[in-house]
Design a protein around this ligand. Structure first.
Ligand code: CA
Length: 695
């Protein structure tokens, strides 16, 4: 019955497009099928999250004729990381601070714009993760957006007028939303982030997509047993925790990685890491700590627990499972299995049976030294000695940036390959300097119970690559090097192509079977968003937001080396088509920060040392590790504001740049403000001396 219903859905869609006038109704029927490729209806194009398009006008033969069809200038945007949607020739996208626009997908003409005023609503909470939004949802004539300050807003897709608005978090707490809402069966679901900023207890909430009214909520980790459990699942999960975990929140925030699975009418939730990271604090004595770092299947109507698979039992490295969950029918011998594919931070590629959560296979797709392998019988990782930094400092692959992050992978059912933006990078973990018993979970600043790199990351400390992965053989088929280290998500098409932007500003198409680059164009600023494709009047287009952004930029020099300085390079929405010949608009060359070092400034080393700790807790999430901005926010080494206490206090303590998005830190004393200035000046002086030193 189900299959026939779906075919009927596809038939209706094709008929509607041939008729010309009928509108596409975005609902379960249209989101469940491959369709004809004319629309990009959801974050991963449809419910499968495959980011595969059945369009093939642009293919390995014709792609050399691909050119710029139109460009939309976005002068007030900064970080652009989102996936646009396209419905019946209208392209919808969220830019900086979730400003939402509808654009004629053929011409680039603006149809409407809606500003949810995220900066105003967030206030001091902007210090948690600032400016990034991964995209939006479309359901039955409505566009639904999420905001960094924690709201969902339903807009009329025709006019951009607000229909409803719902607050999804407690605004007194340090939660935020960067992820795209996902729709299913008349509902919209969203999680949040905040594991690093709060005594956070993660959850996801489903709302009525037409009204914003709450339908159900699923908590990821158990609360205090004395308060009673919300469900049997929480009672079960509590047995895997020790100590007084609820005082630290526990974590598990679901900031990305939610997939609706129409085959089993279930939501697949990719859950977050522990709060704090260090399990010795969170759950002394160990335990699996369910449902951290898991895929949890929930009943779509009730939010009730169905099954789970945990990728990292007892997590202690920030190896969350918030990466996208991709659905496919995979053939094993003669048998077709309704599987999910998942390549989380921890470096293993998982294939799981969606019927019951059974692990089918798991292999390393990147260097991972925390575990030797996944035991297929128990489904559990076999950890390496020392990986839990139990013997002091330990260098572990991957880093908390992950072997793969939220930059979506794509799956091409024709090649049978998954295209994964991969990061190779270790991190050093140690907790010997931390008083584990005295640890207090923070509020609105960063403390994770591990001494890990909030300093600068050297330009060659990690690398990036695009790889094609065979999910059945669990083996790499081809790879192409990418510039370090933060490269965006991929898209693949029936034209036998894979498209991906790069950190260095180049947009590239690869042959999907061989990995050979077959087309590319320099777009003048680092690319952090994945492309989409669609048709208008039968012609295929490819669209891409171009603007450097995302949390990987906090790494410092490794991100700064590309020269995409804050606000120095234009942000744009590009659209490409065959035989289109618009020029690429000019963009200034890459530019590196020029640290200021007034010789009369006398650095107090002790003050600078306390400034370093303050910086790591409060500033590095936007301004970058070791005071080296990766481009997300101004580089403080060259900012004249950080030269005197008066100017520094005016901005940081009094909040004079709050309307621009610089949050207030009214709690800083004069000594703390001074300490930060001394640390910034000391770092600038040291960096200049290093530059002058003979190599
Ligand atoms: Ca995390």
């Amino acid at each position: 019955m189900k299959l026939r219903f779906r075919w009927a859905g596809a038939g209706v869609l094709i008929f509607a497009l041939q008729a010309g006038a009928a509108e596409t109704v975005v609902n379960d029927a249209t989101l469940s099928v491959e369709g004809d490729g004319s629309n990009w209806l959801a974050y991963g194009r449809n419910y499968s999250e495959q980011r595969y398009s059945p369009l093939d006008q642009i293919n390995t033969e014709t792609v050399s004729r691909l050119g710029v069809a139109w460009v939309m200038e976005l002068p007030s945007d900064k970080a652009l990381v989102g996936t646009p949607l396209v419905v019946d020739g209208v392209l919808f996208f969220t830019g900086s601070f979730s400003v939402t626009r509808a654009v004629d997908a053929k011409t680039g003409k603006l149809l409407w714009e809606y500003d949810p005023k995220s900066v105003e609503h967030a206030g001091a909470r902007l210090r948690n993760l600032w400016d990034q939004n991964k995209g939006l949802a479309y359901w039955n004539g409505k566009v639904i957006i999420s905001t960094i300050d924690g709201r969902l807003v339903g807009l009329n897709a025709k006019t951009g007028e607000k229909i409803w608005e719902t607050m999804t978090i407690d605004p007194r707490r340090a939660f935020y939303i960067t992820g795209a809402p996902k729709v299913f069966k008349g509902k919209v679901i969203i999680g949040n982030g905040g594991t690093e900023q709060e005594a956070a207890r993660g959850y996801v909430t489903a709302y009525d997509a037409d009204t914003g009214e709450q339908a159900w909520r699923f908590w990821v980790v158990p609360g205090n047993p004395a308060d009673g459990f919300e469900s049997e699942a929480m009672e079960m999960a509590a047995k895997t925790w020790n100590g007084e975990w609820w005082k630290f929140g526990g974590g598990g925030n679901t900031w990305n990685g939610i997939t609706y699975d129409p085959d089993f009418d279930q939501l697949l939730i990719g859950t977050g890491n522990g709060s704090p990271w260090n399990q010795k604090i969170r759950s002394p004595g160990g335990g699996d700590n369910l449902f951290l770092c898991s895929i949890v299947a929930l009943d779509a109507d009730t939010g009730d627990y169905k099954w789970h698979y945990q990728t990292v039992p007892g997590e202690t490295w920030d190896y969350n499972s918030n990466m996208d969950i991709v659905l496919a029918d995979l053939k094993y011998g003669g048998q077709s299995i309704k599987a999910l594919m998942h390549a989380p931070k921890n470096g293993f590629f998982y294939v799981i049976n969606r019927a019951n959560g059974e692990l089918l296979s798991a292999e390393k797709f990147a260097k991972a030294t925390w575990a030797s392998h996944i035991d297929l019988k128990s489904g559990r990782p076999v950890e390496m000695a020392g990986a839990r930094y139990e013997d002091g400092e330990e260098l572990v692959w991957p880093s908390p940036f992950g072997a793969h992050s939220w930059h979506a992978m794509s799956y091409n059912p024709n090649t049978g390959l998954v295209y994964i933006p991969t990061i190779e990078m270790p991190a050093s973990f140690k907790d010997s300097g931390i008083d584990l018993r005295a640890f207090k979970s923070p509020h609105m600043n960063t403390a994770v119970g591990v001494e890990f790199g909030t300093g600068d990351t050297a330009v060659d400390y990690g690398s990036g690559r695009l790889q094609a992965w065979d999910p059945i053989k669990q083996a790499m088929v081809w790879e192409q090097p990418l510039p370090p280290q933060w490269n965006p998500g991929t898209m693949t098409t029936k034209g036998n192509l894979v498209f991906e932007g790069r950190a260095d500003g180049r947009f590239v198409a690869y042959h999907a079977e061989t990995g050979e680059p077959v087309w590319s164009l320099e777009l003048g600023v680092g690319i952090s968003a994945p492309p989409v494709t669609y048709t208008v009047e039968g012609k295929q287009y490819v669209s891409l937001l171009v603007g450097w952004g995302g949390a990987g930029l906090i790494a410092g020099s490794i991100a700064a080396q590309h020269g995409w300085k804050y606000k120095a390079h234009p942000r744009r929405l590009y659209t490409f088509a065959l035989d289109a010949k618009q020029p690429v608009p000019p963009s200034p060359p890459p530019v590196l920060a020029m640290p200021l070092d007034p010789p009369e400034f006398k650095v107090d080393d002790a003050l600078a040392e306390s400034g370093k700790a303050l910086y790591a807790e409060n500033c590095f999430l936007c301004h970058g590790g070791g005071v080296v901005s990766g481009g997300l926010a101004p580089d403080l080494r060259e900012s004249p504001i950080a030269l005197t206490l008066a100017s520094f206090k005016e901005v940081v303590v009094n909040g004079s740049l709050a309307p621009n998005g610089m949050p207030r830190f009214q709690e800083f004393s004069d000594e703390q403000a001074s300490a930060l200035i001394h640390y910034i000046r000391q770092t600038a002086r040291q960096n200049l001396a290093d530059q002058r030193a003979p190599k």
